[in-house]
Design a protein around this ligand. Structure first.
Ligand SMILES: Cc1ncc(COP(=O)(O)O)c(C=O)c1O
Length: 386
């Protein structure tokens, strides 16, 4: 079989395995039997269903979370001369769209116990040029969204949520998209709701939703499906847009997953508690805390290995056949960003987390034996690297 070397390896605990199966195959098959492979009825149905699932007025699907963040900034007309505050402890895509629109990213530090953006640091970083905050729900634990909403309102800023890790999370009774102006989701291959690549924007303002729909498809007044129905009418180009639409094939794959998200979250919650117990028993390892009032999405399970031993632990676990990942090294320490960011604040907590972090396998298909094996290999790694 030609698989690019990505068939699961016997005996290895993979870092991630998706849970797509017969329902998703059948849904894609239905699309292949129709005329419209690209944006059409499946996409519109998924947008309605996902909006209902999140409890938000509208969802605009796009090709990635990166595009969702980019279009959110464009939707607010953010550009040269504007500043956008975001976190140093995230994936690079939380900050790169700020460069793409010509604005200035301002990185602030995170809470030492969660790794999430620190609202006090956000408030301290606001200047007359600040236009937006991009808040990342790291690992699936929502940021202090109530405080950030309050800060955004008092300073007249857009609050953009990077919810790439957090379809399922809740904090203080709010889900992603319910307090943010836009909330950006990722359906990338390793996410808990996936179609390989894809994204969505939850949006509360109908005018902004309209604009985002234009921006995702060349600024065209009609897409292919609209043009097909009824008699031909000319389309117009009414904005300078991008090509960032989702296809019917992708949307069909996503729809059957919505009803399974909470059950799978609970399974990952159980696995996380198993890891918590193991980490406590091993000793000498820290882990992020989940604050009161949070229902964590449990996208990633991360441990923090102190004393400069992280990379040695990574190597040991890899050699023992346990897949791991680093989410993330602090982004201002990566070459291009180091050269292009103008740092205004020290970022010690993000740097500490970036130097210590390891993500363990976390998905509902993990077997009991695999969970035990991850715990055992982690314990031995800590002893061996002392
Ligand atoms: C926090 C965060 N933001 C943004 C993204 C970008 O998502 P996408 O790959 O869908 O563009 C990711 C992807 O892993 C992410 O983890």
């Amino acid at each position: 079989m030609i698989d690019g070397g990505i068939t699961p390896q016997a005996g290895k605990v993979e870092f991630y395995r998706h849970s797509l199966g017969e329902a998703e195959k059948a849904a894609m098959g239905r699309v292949l039997d129709t005329l419209f492979l690209t944006t059409g009825d499946e996409v519109y149905a998924f947008e309605r269903e996902f909006a209902e699932h999140l409890g938000v007025p509208d969802v605009v699907t796009v090709s990635s979370c990166t595009a969702a963040l980019h279009l959110s900034l464009l939707g607010y007309g953010i550009g040269p001369g504007d500043e956008v505050i975001t976190t140093a402890m995230t994936f690079i895509a939380s900050a790169t769209p700020v460069f793409h629109v010509g604005a200035t990213p301002v990185l602030v530090d995170v809470e030492p116990n969660t790794g999430n953006i620190d609202p006090a640091a956000v408030e301290a970083a606001i200047t007359p040029a600040t236009k937006a905050i991009i808040a990342v729900h790291l690992y699936g634990t929502m940021v202090d969204i109530v405080s950030l909403r309050d800060i955004a309102d008092r300073h007249g800023l857009a609050l953009i949520e990077d919810a790439a890790h957090c379809v399922e999370g809740v904090r203080d009774g709010y889900r992603p998209g319910q307090l943010g102006d836009t909330s950006c989701f990722s359906f990338y291959a390793t996410k808990t709701l996936t179609c390989g690549e894809g994204g969505a924007i939850a949006v509360r303002d109908p005018e902004l939703a309209e604009r985002l729909r234009l921006l995702r498809l060349h600024g065209m007044s009609k897409n292919a499906a609209d043009r097909y129905h009824g008699k031909y009418e000319h389309w117009d180009m009414v904005a300078l847009g991008w090509k960032a639409n989702l296809t019917n094939i992708q949307a069909a794959m996503l729809r059957p997953q919505l009803g399974k998200l909470e059950g799978r979250r609970q399974r990952r919650d159980d696995i996380s508690h198993r890891y918590d117990d193991a980490v406590a028993a091993i000793g000498g390892i820290e882990r992020p805390t989940v604050p009161d009032g949070v229902v964590p999405a449990r996208h990633l399970y991360t441990v923090w290995i102190p004393d400069g031993r992280r990379d040695a632990v990574l190597r040991f676990m890899g050699a023992e056949g346990v897949g791991t990942a680093v989410n993330y090294r602090a982004i201002h320490q990566l070459t291009w960003l180091r050269e292009h960011l103008d740092l205004r604040f020290p970022l010690p907590h993000a740097e500490r987390i970036g130097a210590e972090t390891i993500s363990l396998p976390l998905y509902d298909k993990l077997t009991e034996a695999e969970i035990d094996r991850v715990c055992d290999v982690l314990a031995r790694a800590i002893v061996e690297t002392r």
